[in-house]
Write a new protein. Structure first.
Length: 166
């Protein structure tokens, strides 16, 4: 379900142009961040790669960062500064990992947060974007509908992957 940015998140709430959070239950079986990080990078549906390829083709003439390719094979320990796919691990706590990139048009952060609940655990995928200029505003306007579509799919896929792992 769509939710507010968790107050305990490393993302903080101040100064961003856009923020969201999508939460799914994980159930009573314990899940670790070392399991959740690889699940995140393997949770996109197959059509997402084609969409990212199109995005990279369209933004390359504007000098924006591009990336892509198959999801990396990931094994802990994870460390701040580590590059995973197109993202860099910018913050790490026992129950949260924050990935991101800074570009001339906007700064992007994505958080994977495992929270304890009365029913066990939940997974919160949060996004914070800080726009720097008109190109960033246009980019966000185009990407936001796709983002709102893909995040719930990825969260559900992560929950399924994590239940297989435990």
């Amino acid at each position: 379900m769509w939710d507010h940015l968790p107050p305990a998140s490393l993302l903080g709430a101040g100064g961003s142009t856009y923020q969201d959070c999508f939460t799914v239950p994980l159930g009573p079986a314990p899940v670790t961040l070392d399991e959740a990080i690889p699940a995140f990078f393997h949770s996109a549906p197959p059509w997402f790669d084609a969409l990212m390829g199109l995005r990279n083709t369209l933004v390359k003439p504007f000098g924006l960062k591009t990336g892509g390719g198959p999801a990396p094979v990931l094994t802990p320990p994870f460390r701040v500064g580590q590059s995973i796919g197109v993202f860099r691990l910018v913050a790490l706590a026992p129950d949260e990992a924050v990935f991101g990139e800074d570009d001339r048009h906007l700064d992007f952060r994505a958080s994977i947060l495992i929270r304890r609940t009365e029913q066990g655990q939940s997974l919160a995928l949060s996004t914070v974007v800080t726009v720097h200029n008109g190109l960033g505003r246009c980019y966000l306007a185009v990407v936001k509908p796709f983002h709102r579509l893909i995040v719930p799919i990825m969260a559900g896929n992560m929950a399924r992957l994590l239940h297989k792992a435990v």
